[in-house]
Design a protein around this ligand. Sequence first.
Ligand code: GLN
Length: 259
Amino acid sequence: MKMKKLIAAVLMTACVCSMAACGSKDSGDGEKESGGEGKDTLVMATNAEFPPYEFHEGDDIVGIDAEMAAAVAEELGMEFKIEDMAFDSIIPAVQSGKADIGVAGMTVTEDRLKNVNFSDTYATATQVVIVKEDSDIAGPDALTGKKVGVQLGTTGDIYASDIKDAEVEQYNKGFEAVQALTQGKIDAVVIDGEPAKEFVKEAEGLKILDEAFTEEEYAIAISKDNEELLEKVNGALKTLKDSGKLDEIVAKYIKADAE
Ligand code: GLN
């Protein structure tokens, strides 16, 4: 397990480096000059392990964020490219200019706002608790002293670390945390609601507790040095919201619950 994690981390680092080489680059004066012929390229940093927002489908990265960001690029008359990386590499990639936008079901938090700007929000989300179907954990309050799995560097990770006496196990992918739960290695997983539904659908014998942990909002991360892009992205988002295009993308990936 430890070794696997290490290998994953090394591979991830290698990936990020090779991507940096082919991503858009800064020119000497710090002004952004993106690749592509003629058109500038809007480079999106993400962690494609977060269905239905971003995930792999064959060789492609698809999902709500991927389609929404592609539509934003189209609105702005730009080419579009996705760079897949570890979740906690996304903000550094945006800060350094390796990517123009970070789109990863990323929750707006005070801490992150110290490092990047966020666009207008495009979705509300919750952190939920996944447990085994026969678990005696009935709500978030019952997580005291339990072994709780999270995805490294996410808001779930932050909230779990506040649970009294809980032992927090951090995984590189949310899916790995869910797997550990299935295997009985941990007692619960704290993770975003929509990916939780996807993971629970794929797994055996798990359920999501009715009571959500928190409510939060997703937005697009943009460098503090690029106010111009922030304004442009907000303009494009507004167009996509007003035209119904954003709803259309969401509806393609999130089927309304038959309740
Ligand atoms: N919404 C969570 C966060 O921003 C998780 C995002 C993710 O795992 N892609 O921390």
